[in-house]
Design a protein around this ligand. Structure first.
Ligand code: ZN
Length: 495
């Protein structure tokens, strides 16, 4: 598309995100919330199959996790305290679909558990704020598959009634890159708050992206489309860009944009029409008669607050104070286990901030991939990482040997101290000044030509002497100390 034409229009983007809450059981019954290893339609019961006569019982843990995410989104629940707490209730959303056995979904319509909030994240040198309209608790539908070339579809109800929090944003984003950054930050918040595993591959988080375009300067919104079920940040960005261009072409031709639900074809890089979008009144919402209203008391809020750990904003503040480079700090923030370990290390010794960062975003990623073991299942505790960093600062370990030592600790149940493990494995650096001084003297004597060249001003000759001394210590000499001793002795002998 002609860049001038593209620049005539502004995109307006809002995102709805379904987050699967990390409970043990489903939202209204005791079936397992995780069906990854279950055969289709085995992780079900009369409640989640919607059999007549059964009654839902609300999962307390789902409410707690939703509150934790609500707090992470900045909701001030305390302001409802004077009216006895935030009043929420459940509603029936009526529609027929083969993956919905009850013929309706239990969700929340006008009194959601998360009545607002915002997501704030660094974007292009500033801080972008995207408002949250609401987030509501609801049960998921089952899963349909359409086998290639067959005239039937398959339905698996293992996922039916698993607990979701649907987070609806304000239409505050103006570019596909902003939409992607918002999705990434929501992914961070879902994990830091403990609300969800947020595993995109397993569909723990799915994004529906609403896009419309309008000529720059026009106040009213254009007609929007919704691209559903995106499960990667890249798909959020690419599908939004595709929709923007498609809509601009339609508007330029004087065609009407249809308000509709669209899908995303990853291979073709295109969105496609699925169905016309229903309006809220077509769902005939009414209060769910089988569940009592839910009041969020200050006790419930206090408990959720107590469970909530550090959030991305807290870590960014700490990392900026430690003067970490922005891009690497963001890589660390996107990896909660590593970022929280970093936080523990700097709590023990602020001087190890950079050492810990370098290992956590560097060699550690390689180890996780090659060994297939998560950081938390290894013996690299905050104390181990701090002490290894300190041994490097003290000149006891070379940076190469520090990596080797941490690789040794990258296994379960390794209980030695780093000092003991380094000694046993011959990784310690020789920093005994007297011993190294005599090695250096021998090296100078044995390499008289190089020594003379250095004194004549040849810097390369100095490198050769350092190399010879390192070789003489079998690589264990502290290179900084060897270099210092060599200089002192060569300069002294020259006089
Ligand atoms: Zn069930």
């Amino acid at each position: 598309m002609n860049p001038d034409l593209r620049a005539k229009y502004e995109a307006v983007i809002g995102i709805e995100c379904h987050v699967q809450l990390a409970t043990k059981s489903k939202l209204f019954c005791s079936c397992d919330n995780d069906s990854r290893t279950a055969e289709p339609n085995t992780n079900v019961c009369p409640v989640c199959l919607g059999h007549p006569g059964t009654l839902p019982v609300l999962n307390k843990r789902a409410v707690e996790l939703a509150l934790q995410l609500g707090l992470a989104l900045g909701v001030d629940y305390n302001k409802y305290a004077k009216t006895g707490g935030l009043h929420t209730k459940f509603d029936r959303k009526n529609y027929f679909y083969p993956d919905l056995p009850k013929g309706y979904q239990i969700t929340q319509f006008d009194e959601p558990i998360v009545p607002g909030g915002a997501v704030e994240f660094p974007f292009e040198g500033g801080i972008k704020r995207v408002g949250i309209t609401r987030a509501h608790l609801e049960g998921d539908a089952g899963k349909l598959t359409h086998p290639d070339g067959k005239d039937y579809s398959l339905v698996d109800l293992n996922r039916a009634e698993t607990p979701l929090l649907e987070i609806v944003s304000e239409p505050d984003m103006r570019s596909p890159a902003e939409a992607k950054a918002y999705a990434q930050e929501l992914h961070n918040l879902a994990r830091y708050s403990g609300a969800s595993d947020a595993n995109l591959y397993y569909g723990n988080m799915r994004f529906d992206v609403n896009v419309s375009v309008r000529p720059i300067g026009q106040a009213e919104f254009g007609t929007r489309t919704e691209t559903k079920n995106l499960n990667s940040f890249k798909a959020v960005e690419k599908s939004a860009e595709y929709e923007i261009r498609r809509q601009i072409v339609l508007v330029e031709h004087g065609d009407k944009i249809k308000q509709e639900t669209r899908g995303w074809n990853e291979a073709k890089g295109q969105t496609y029409s699925m169905r016309s979008k229903e309006d809220a009144d077509e769902y005939r919402y009414f209060p769910e008669p089988d569940l009592p209203p839910l009041v969020i008391t200050s006790e419930m809020v206090a408990q959720a607050k107590a469970e909530l750990g550090l959030l991305p904003t807290d870590l960014r503040t700490e990392m900026a104070a430690a003067k970490l480079p922005f891009n690497e700090a963001e890589v660390l923030v996107s990896d909660p286990d590593a970022a929280l370990l970093w936080h523990e290390v700097v709590t023990q010794d602020p001087a190890q901030a950079r050492f810990a960062l370098a290992w956590l975003v560097g060699d550690r990623v390689r180890l996780t991939q090659s060994i297939g073991l998560d950081l938390l299942n290894t013996s690299v505790t905050p104390t181990v990482l701090t002490q290894v960093g300190q041994m490097v600062s003290d000149g006891q370990l070379s940076s190469t040997n520090a990596k080797a030592l941490l690789e040794y600790f990258y296994q379960p149940d390794q209980r030695e101290t780093p000092a003991a493990a380094a000694k046993k494995r011959g990784l310690l650096q020789e920093s005994d000044e007297g011993e190294l001084a005599s090695v250096v003297a021998q090296v100078i004597a044995a390499n008289s030509q190089a020594s003379a060249d250095y004194r004549a001003g040849n810097q390369r000759a100095f490198g050769a002497l350092v190399g010879a001394a390192m070789k003489a210590t079998q690589g264990k000499g502290n290179p900084a100390l060897i270099s210092k001793l060599l200089k002192t002795q060569l300069d002294r002998d020259a006089v």
